[in-house]
Every structure is written in structure tokens, then in C-alpha cells.
Design a protein around this ligand. Structure first.
Ligand code: SAH
Length: 245
């Protein structure tokens, strides 16, 4: 199998040469029935701390599969320290936001309830599975932490002051990403409002906190999910790991 389309799975187990990893039933189904692998085939495993290892299928049954861990393939590397705070959207858009945020390298995702947030229903366990799939596919070495949704006020009251919070401000009253973002190195966070936007009160509150900076993404109003992708791309290019090859 070429390095390009290597099959990767995220596991909880500690990883070291010679170790055995017992796959979950869903992983066994994926490896054996979907990817049609057999005993002796390669599978790459990562757990968010030990790096990525090449392993082989040592044993498999109808609904079970055990891997024998062989060699270290890539040493562990943390994702850039940027969090995404976004107001939950409709199911498909929320799924899109989670997958794209993982691909774009966020280290933590926090759903926030704002004044105009239209939906607060979120299945965090399902979204966690989605985040794992996106991490596997994008060759990340870790899966970002997905927190339970919380009120914006509560999150801001407990905010770690050293983390710069860039809020995407569609009002036209903030500076550009190119001008503001490079002034602050990580840790950082990006806050994107709901389809209804931020309320006047929220914008006033955000503006007056010591660690927040409003960012404009131009004159056009973007859908919230577009703003997530655009904002994170700006941050990666100006402050994150897109600055290097
Ligand atoms: N209903 C609002 C638009 C909300 S768009 C209106 O009509 O004005 C959803 C979110 O995406 C916004 O709260 C903001 O965080 C972000 N966003 C959209 N367009 C943006 C822009 N041009 N600049 C900065 N942020 C933007």
C-alpha cells in the first residue's frame, strides 16, 4: 500500500513496538468489511500522544480484529494551539464545521450559546466520532477536545487571559485579519457568531474585554460555516503552521 492512502485509525491504547491493540467492533467492521483487509495487512495507528505507528493485523474474526504494533512511523506533534468557538448551527452545517475545523488543525472546539443562537441541540458523542474520522483522514496526530456547549458569558468569565480571542465581526467596525492577527502569537481562539449574528450587546461586551480583538473578513457577509473556514485559514496562514512548509 502506498504511503499516500495508508489506512489510519485512532485508538485509546498506549502505542509501542510489540504492543497489541484490540480494535472496537466499529473499527473491525471498517478494516475488515469496508477496507477488506486481512491478517498481515498494514494499518497505521495514532492515539494523540505517542505518535503514529505502523501496525499489522495480527488476528481477525467475524467482528473482531487485533493489531500488532510494529515501528514508529511519525513522532508526535501537537496541533497549533488555536481553539474554535462557534454557535451551533443546523445539523449538516454543524457537522461541516466540526470536520473542517479538525482538518484546519484546531486544538479544541467549544460550542457557544449566544443570544441569537437558533439551535442548542447537539449530540456531542456523534460529533466526537465525526472529529475522529476527520483526524484519521487528514493525517492529524491528535483529535481536538470537543467541549459541551456553554453560554458565551460563562465561557468568557472563565477565560484564560493569556489566550487571545479573535471574534469575527461582520459589522464592518473591526480591522482586517492581515493587520491584527500577526500581532499575537498562540495561544489563540476564534469566535464565530450564529446565522443571526452577534447582538449589539454582545459586540459591546466583546469589544471591552482585555484579551479580545474583532476581525473583519471583508465587506461580504459570509455564512457562519464559511466564516469558520475563512477565519481559521487566515489564522493558520498568519500565525499557525501554514507559515512553514
Ligand atoms: N445575520 C448577520 C450575519 C451573520 S453571519 C447579518 O446579516 O449581518 C454569521 C457569523 O459569521 C457572524 O456573526 C460573524 O462571526 C461571521 N461573519 C460573517 N461574515 C463576516 C465578515 N464579513 N467579517 C467577519 N465576520 C463575519
Amino acid at each position: 500500500m502506498s504511503k499516500k492512502n495508508r489506512i489510519r485509525i485512532y485508538v485509546d491504547a498506549d502505542l509501542y513496538t510489540g504492543g497489541i491493540v484490540v480494535c472496537s467492533e466499529a473499527q473491525a467492521h471498517y478494516l475488515l468489511n469496508v477496507m477488506r483487509l486481512q491478517t498481515g495487512n498494514d494499518v497505521y495507528v495514532f492515539n494523540g500522544r505517542d505518535g503514529e505507528f505502523k501496525s499489522v493485523i495480527a488476528q481477525c474474526g467475524k467482528k473482531q480484529c487485533a493489531l500488532r504494533v510494529e515501528t514508529l512511523f511519525k513522532t508526535f506533534e501537537n496541533s497549533p494551539d488555536v481553539w474554535l468557538l462557534f454557535a451551533p448551527l443546523k445539523k449538516d452545517q454543524t457537522d461541516f464545521v466540526i470536520a473542517k475545523a479538525v482538518e484546519l488543525g484546531v486544538s479544541e472546539i467549544i460550542p457557544v450559546i449566544t443570544e441569537y443562537t437558533s439551535t442548542t441541540k447537539m449530540r456531542t458523542d456523534r460529533l466526537h466520532t465525526l472529529a475522529i474520522e476527520a483526524a484519521e483522514q487528514s493525517r492529524r496526530q491528535d483529535v481536538p477536545l470537543l467541549r459541551e456547549a456553554a453560554e458565551l458569558n460563562k465561557i468568557l468569565n472563565d477565560w484564560p487571559a493569556e489566550r487571545t480571542l479573535f471574534y469575527l465581526d461582520e459589522s464592518g467596525n473591526s480591522g482586517s485579519a492581515a493587520e491584527i492577527m500577526p500581532q499575537f502569537s498562540a495561544p489563540a481562539a476564534l469566535l464565530v457568531g450564529p446565522e443571526g449574528g452577534f447582538s449589539e450587546k454582545e459586540l459591546e461586551f466583546l469589544k471591552n474585554l482585555p484579551y479580545t480583538y474583532g476581525i473583519s473578513l471583508g465587506k461580504r457577509i459570509l455564512r457562519a460555516e464559511t466564516a469558520v473556514v475563512a477565519g481559521l485559514s487566515c489564522w493558520q496562514a498568519l500565525c499557525g503552521d501554514w507559515r512553514y512548509k
